[in-house]
Design a protein around this ligand. Structure first.
Ligand SMILES: [Zn+2]
Length: 87
């Protein structure tokens, strides 16, 4: 289950396309891909994550997005731990 929104299965594709929690980051990500000229085929042909991993230009924006997600999850875990220790 997605740790950010609890609405879907937490896969790379879900995170990159569907998770509402990351909408702003996704927009920045796809804008960066467009600026770099990274092509994206319709999802049915080749999985998006496979396309992105195959294009070295996509690596930097992809790592940035992953870093933002991880930073947020670490924040959430810290907040959760702080809440628990308040008891
Ligand atoms: Zn989510």
């Amino acid at each position: 289950m997605c740790g950010a929104c609890s609405r879907g299965t937490e896969t790379v594709a879900y995170l990159l396309i569907e998770c509402q929690q990351w909408q702003r980051e996704q927009e920045v990500f796809y804008k960066a891909l467009d600026d770099l000229g990274v092509e994206r085929l319709p999802r049915q042909e080749v999985a998006l994550e496979a396309q992105l991993l195959a294009d070295p230009r996509a690596a930097k924006p992809l790592l940035k997005l992953i870093g933002q997600v991880q930073a947020c999850e670490i924040d959430q875990q810290a907040a959760e731990a702080a809440r628990r220790s308040d008891w």
